[in-house]
Design a protein around this ligand. Structure first.
Ligand code: SF4
Length: 359
């Protein structure tokens, strides 16, 4: 893996206007789907973007690919800014950035044979002669573990796992540098999920691909990601390399997500953190920290001041005012006991900070 970023995202924002009135002319608010999100994806790396449904991770994936215009911020692909490009220029850049969708059946045209589906991206980008494209289709089918004769069949003649392999082959057809994998295994049986994840891993090593891997299942992410970015209500709340994040999650939301992963060893007991209440509406997110309505450590500061991503060491960045004093996940024993202990830790931390500031 090289350190050079293939993708640099800075302050990416997407607000969808909410319209009312007979002709929907009046804008009455905005759904803040993605708000000031920044990260980078290195060459040959898998960065997982995780969070609950509706947190903005899929919208982020689509913004990165230029499939919808951003409200603000910057996306640089291989050093080139995506915003403000003509359709033609976007198409040129998009050749190198592809997407694999969650539902392979819905994303494959049922009236086209698999051969036509795989040849289409090459035609769109003017790659090769018809004979060369045909040869490439056979090659692609082999790369994803299908047979050359499958080119003559239609999508409905395949299983879910095979259809996802076709989706992967289609993404590979134009030799991309980066693939946005949007929940690529969520619709598959657990036994098939592992096969598709292993295939993605093999292809990454073989072709030096970078993956932006969008998922809600942290157990799947653990197998494929190099780094993990956690989103909550349109905001990035924590980003770290996989080992650090799974061993020492610092944001209370990340801790809650990780506590919900079942442990394979029944002897290992993990305290499940049950989040109270529902995810607030992105139309009217809470002031201050967006997680404050569900966070057991929330203070008055959390309700008024929005936390920025701060360095927590070893490449880990956390958007929480109090991550230094939030107990480590492993130390958590019970919700009732936690609040009191946290307040003691917070008071001691703030006092030490004040002493340091006072000289
Ligand atoms: Fe909880 Fe406050 Fe941290 Fe937000 S900033 S996660 S409310 S402790």
């Amino acid at each position: 893996m090289s350190d050079a970023p293939v993708l640099e995202v800075n302050g990416l924002t997407k607000h969808f206007p909410v319209r009312k009135g007979v002709i929907l002319a009046k804008v009455v608010g905005h759904v803040r789907a993605v708000d000031d999100v920044s990260f980078e994806l290195r060459r040959g790396e898998t960065l997982a973007l995780v969070g609950e449904s509706g947190c903005g991770k899929s919208t982020t994936g689509r913004l990165v690919l230029g499939l919808m215009p951003a409200t603000g911020g910057s996306v640089r692909f291989k050093g080139e800014e995506m915003a403000g490009r003509s359709k033609q220029e976007l198409r040129r850049l998009r050749r190198h950035m592809q997407i694999i969708f969650q539902d392979p059946y819905a994303s494959l045209n049922p009236r086209m044979t698999v051969g036509e589906i795989l040849a289409e991206p090459m035609e769109v980008h003017g790659i090769g002669t018809p004979q060369e494209r045909q040869a490439r289709v056979g090659e692609l089918l082999g790369v994803v573990g299908l047979l050359p004769e499958h080119a003559r069949r239609y999508p409905h003649q395949f299983s879910g796992g095979q259809r996802q392999r076709i989706g992967i082959a289609r993404a590979l057809a134009v030799n991309p540098d980066m693939i946005v994998c949007d929940e690529p295994v969520s619709a598959l049986d657990v036994s098939i999920q592992a096969q598709v994840v292993n295939l993605l891993h093999d292809l990454q090593r073989r072709f030096g691909l970078s993956y932006l891997f969008i998922a809600h299942d942290l157990a799947v992410v653990k197998h494929i990601a190099d780094r993990v970015a956690v989103m909550y209500l349109g905001k990035l709340v924590e980003i770290a390399d996989k080992r650090t994040l799974y061993a020492r999650p610092k944001h209370p939301y990340t801790q809650a997500l990780l506590s919900a992963i079942p442990t394979p060893d029944p002897a290992v007991k993990r305290e499940r953190i049950i989040l109270q209440g529902d995810v607030p509406s992105p139309l009217n997110p809470p002031a201050g920290c967006r997680f404050n309505t569900r966070c057991q450590y929330a203070t008055d500061r959390c309700r008024s001041e929005e936390p920025k991503l701060r360095d927590a060491g070893e490449g880990q960045r956390v958007a929480c005012h109090h991550f230094e004093t939030v107990p480590a996940q492993g130390a958590i024993q019970g919700v009732g006991a936690m609040g009191g202990k946290f307040n003691e830790r917070l008071a001691a931390f703030e006092a030490a900070k004040a002493r340091r500031a006072g000289g």
